[in-house]
Design a protein around this ligand. Structure first.
Ligand SMILES: *[C@@H]1O[C@H](CO)[C@@H](O)[C@H](O)[C@H]1NC(C)=O
Ligand SMILES: *[C@@H]1O[C@H](CO)[C@@H](O)[C@H](O)[C@H]1NC(C)=O
Ligand SMILES: *[C@@H]1O[C@H](CO)[C@@H](O)[C@H](O)[C@H]1NC(C)=O
Ligand SMILES: *[C@@H]1O[C@H](CO)[C@@H](O)[C@H](O)[C@H]1NC(C)=O
Ligand SMILES: *[C@@H]1O[C@H](CO)[C@@H](O)[C@H](O)[C@H]1NC(C)=O
Length: 483
């Protein structure tokens, strides 16, 4: 009895050394690939790592030589699952397990998990043995919770990456909002920011989905602050906000903060009139936002430049978001984008103010797939965005200029925004957003990672590059007459 036990320990010791040496070996290889090549020249690798993984899987499945039984209890229920495991493997992968195993009293380790985590616990343990795992959309969060709880950092990182890449995937009830709250709760800023950016860049879809009603106050208010929201119009946002408030019935402070984040200057006056009389929400909270509505009507009544002489127009109520409706810009589909330069014209309103919205501006856009700066002749060097590594056959560039100049442009700077779509997991999603004044050179990294030559490039949707250009007038505060 004693003897066989000792043998077992010896065997485990040997196996442990093996695992550790594999582990450290691979770390060395990553650190010094060149040296490794030299040392190993003339030798041949016999690679049986797949069969090792298979043996590990069998070991877990059969539970031979198990020295710990994991009793996974579902919180607030009598449900209990038992997994025969091996303390060496658990400790190797997780210092939390190592700690728990050292301080345990018996051969069993009782773990209490939420129902969702208990449901994927076996999968999680299998990962510790085999190093691979298959993940479904509805399992990612629970697995992430387990990986974080037990300090399995590699898995945690992999899951964050999986979630970041699957934001646009279809799910019956939506998942991004719940991933966002989770990321916020655990302080995973990468995931939180990816979720927030996805929601911001895909806001029209989100507003129309069932998920919208379920978003938290905190998320609602963070979204409303952002100027990079991509949506049809500010009116669309107001109406969705009305729906959210109707369903969630938050306290009046929250309603007021939310209503005050709407950019009323961006809503045409005829709609503001209607809302003022017919939106029950606006009627109820009229007092809380009457100053903003008054400012918006002033904005609509004259040229913004007149307003700028007396009022601060550099504030969010006069700052556009990325509106997709046709008065603000145009989609631009460029087929076979690497072939040659392409030009395109479109019209926008001069500005969102009632005074300007009837005036049209024609814009010319020029796309060059392989533009090379003529060094020393560039007009944009002062922006410091030029990279020295431009000798590689050129990079894509877009220039947007007005077809004619007009005295109406005085005091306005037109910010151009190019929204770039790409295919991700079979879905068309907004991949990048670039802001610039005249040329994408200013952005520095325009389509930097888009290999348009490659037929399978995610940026090519039916062999076309899919863009949307938005023109956003920004006004400068003059405030000269007040002094
Ligand atoms: C051994 O094979 C596996 C899978 O076939 C592969 O992932 C691994 O890189 C190989 N290792 C070496 C050292 O060649
Ligand atoms: C597991 O143990 C049993 C006996 O305890 C043995 O018959 C069987 O071959 C073992 N299986 C493996 C895969 O080692
Ligand atoms: C181990 O046993 C002691 C005494 O029986 C008990 O006080 C302690 O809480 C136990 N520890 C664990 C981790 O179960
Ligand atoms: C918006 O999200 C939906 C899923 O919620 C996705 O199918 C669609 O591709 C996304 N669109 C964009 C433009 O990101
Ligand atoms: C507008 O305000 C922002 C911050 O509130 C500031 O960074 C920016 O320089 C201002 N622009 C002008 C033109 O006054």
């Amino acid at each position: 009895m004693m003897c066989s036990c000792e043998q077992e320990i010896l065997c485990w010791f040997y196996f442990g050394t093996l695992l550790f040496s594999i582990y450290f070996h691979s770390v060395t290889v990553i650190g010094a690939p060149l040296k490794q090549d030299v040392l190993d020249s003339g030798s041949t690798v016999l690679n049986h790592s797949m069969s090792l993984v298979h043996r590990m899987e069998t070991l877990l499945a059969i539970g031979n030589s198990s020295d710990v039984s994991l009793r996974v209890q579902t919180i607030n229920t009598d449900e209990m699952k038992v997994i025969q495991a091996h303390s060496l493997v658990l400790s190797l992968q997780s210092d939390v397990f190592e700690e728990l195993l050292l301080s345990r009293n018996s051969s069993a380790l009782v773990l209490t998990e939420s129902p969702d985590c208990a449901a994927v616990f076996a999968k999680f343990i299998r990962y510790l043995y085999c190093g691979d795992i298959s993940v479904r959309l509805d399992q990612a969060k629970s697995l992430h919770i387990l990986a974080s709880k037990y300090h399995v950092w590699g898995l945690q990182q992999g899951l964050t990456q999986y979630m970041t890449q699957h934001l646009s995937s279809d799910s019956p009830t939506g998942h991004v909002v719940s991933w966002y709250s989770y990321a916020l709760q655990i302080g995973d800023n990468t995931l939180r920011d990816s979720c927030l950016q996805f929601l911001s860049w895909n806001l029209s879809s989100v507003l129309q989905s069932g998920e919208w009603i379920s978003i938290s106050e905190n998320l609602l208010l963070s979204l409303l602050q952002r100027s990079d929201l991509i949506l049809q119009s500010e009116l669309e946002l107001y109406e969705a906000l009305e729906g959210w408030i109707g369903q969630n019935q938050p306290d009046s402070t929250t309603v007021e903060s939310a209503l005050r984040a709407v950019r009323y200057g961006m809503i045409p006056p005829q709609h503001l009139f209607r809302l003022q009389k017919q939106s029950a929400l606006m009627v109820k909270y009229y007092e809380s936002i009457s100053d903003l509505l008054y400012l918006a009507f002033q904005f609509h009544s004259a040229s913004p430049i007149q307003l700028a002489k007396y009022f601060d127009v550099n504030c969010s109520i006069f700052t556009p978001r990325n509106y997709l409706s046709s008065s603000w810009g145009s989609p631009w589909l460029i087929s076979n984008p690497t072939r040659d330069d392409r030009s395109f014209s479109f019209q926008t309103q001069l500005g969102p103010s009632g005074h300007d919205s009837g005036k049209r501006v024609t814009w010319n856009a020029l796309f060059s797939p392989r533009w090379l700066p003529l060094s020393g002749r560039s007009t944009y060097t002062e922006l410091g965005a030029m990279q020295p590594s431009r000798t590689d056959g050129g990079r894509p560039r877009i220039i947007v200029t007005p077809a004619t100049s007009s005295p109406d442009f005085a005091g306005v700077s037109f910010q151009k925004t190019v929204i770039v779509m790409a295919k991700q997991q079979g879905k068309v999603v907004v991949h990048d957003v670039y802001n610039f004044h005249q040329s994408t050179e200013e952005a520095g990294d325009f389509l930097k990672d888009a290999d348009l030559q490659r037929r399978t490039s995610e940026y090519l949707i039916d062999s076309s590059l899919s863009l949307h250009i938005v023109i956003k007038p920004l006004y400068h505060t003059l405030l000269v007459a007040r002094k």
